[in-house]
Design a protein. Structure first.
Length: 158
């Protein structure tokens, strides 16, 4: 369902949301998010054009979120990078289905609509606040140093 580019974009925005205090360098983003450095630039440019991140040039430059994490939905990111497909025409090009989708394709489109709705209601801040299982981008060693993870969770004491 997700393209690799969507996965990368979600990782990048999550990383930036975890580090809102200063612009993040491309090398740091690439290392933590495991996005190939050459591809990272493309993802960041796409997110910048969509108004989700902003780049700052210079010695203290890097990338930051363009607005607070609670104002960026998962759907915002997906729509900017590689929108979810919607079924508007019969994928089989059946002539009689051109105006009205058959029940199968209608239900496929309705499923995508429900996914879009769920993603529209999920902000990046909400994802980061959910500490029940794990933080995005954090394995056990990272969790100890991730300042937004409560001490009990980062120490493995659930």
């Amino acid at each position: 369902m997700f393209s690799q580019t969507n996965e990368y974009a979600l990782r990048v925005v999550t990383y930036l949301a975890l580090h809102p205090e200063k612009p993040a360098k491309n090398a740091d983003i690439a290392k933590t998010t495991l996005v190939p450095p050459g591809y990272l630039y493309k993802v960041l440019q796409t997110l910048d054009r969509a108004g989700l991140v902003r780049g700052q040039r210079g010695m203290h430059g890097g990338f930051m979120l363009a607005r607070p994490a609670d104002q960026i939905s998962v759907l915002d990111i997906i729509s900017a990078v590689d929108p979810l497909p919607r079924v508007r025409l019969c994928p089989l090009n059946i002539e009689g289905h051109a105006v009205h989708l058959c029940s199968l394709h209608k239900r496929v489109d309705q499923a995508f609509a429900r996914v879009e709705d769920a993603f529209a209601k999920s902000s990046i801040a909400e994802l980061l606040a959910d500490t029940v299982n794990s933080k995005p981008l954090c394995d056990e060693p990272c969790a100890r140093t991730c300042k937004s993870v409560p001490e009990t969770v980062s120490a493995g004491q659930e």
